[in-house]
Design a protein around this ligand. Structure first.
Ligand code: SAM
Length: 180
């Protein structure tokens, strides 16, 4: 379902280079391997990366806070159910800085005409509240959830434009582009 939302949000083509941040086992990226030039997954979990079964997907172990690529490297960047995990195991006082640094890094490695897609859960909706409770109160992950406006504002602070592309229940999709 999330892969279909991405597909309906952007028109993929064979010249594109994609970066899936927090892509885990490649569940989402698997859908696009035959449609684009190259897909890279960046994830700090070696265990998740080891489960990627497509040899067409490049894997990189690392964090969104320090993306190991040159400026303007990607046409499309997507984070599906991953951005709120960027703060996992971090001190709560660091959370905002972690997210801002990660957004800054995404902007740096995105082409001028590129697009960032964020699929996240709205903590103001009942389903989002439940996910937040499970991740933070039951499992103590330290996940940081933003409603669409607050997250969009963070991207705007980094000089980008943000549009709420889709919202259903607690799931929402932001489409972000650079101001050029
Ligand atoms: C719930 S999984 C989502 C995986 C995948 N996007 C999907 O939808 O199937 C969250 C992923 O975020 C990754 N993650 C956690 N902290 C991260 C960070 N600082 N930078 C990038 N990815 C991170 C986790 O390792 C995990 O693979």
């Amino acid at each position: 379902m999330h892969a279909e939302i991405i597909r309906s949000t952007i028109k993929l083509n064979k010249n594109m280079k994609l970066l899936d941040i927090g892509g885990g086992t490649g569940e989402i990226s698997n859908y696009f391997v035959n449609d684009v030039k190259e897909i890279s997954i960046l994830d700090p979990s070696k265990e998740m990366l080891s489960k990627i079964d497509s040899n067409k997907i490049k894997r990189f172990c690392g964090s969104a806070e320090k993306i190991p690529f040159k400026n303007n490297s990607f046409d499309i960047i997507y984070c599906v159910d991953s951005l709120h995990h960027f703060t996992n195991s971090k001190d709560i006082k660091e959370w905002r800085k972690v997210i801002r640094t990660s957004i800054n890094e995404m902007s740096r490695v995105l082409n001028k005409k590129g697009t960032i897609i964020i699929i996240e859960f709205n903590p103001q909706k009942i389903g989002g509240k439940i996910i937040k409770f499970i991740e933070n109160s039951l499992y103590n992950f330290g996940s940081s959830f933003y409603d669409p406006n607050s997250l969009g504002d963070l991207f705007k602070t980094e000089g980008m434009s943000s549009k709420l592309e889709y919202e259903r229940g607690h799931t929402y999709v932001l489409k972000i582009t650079k101001n050029i």
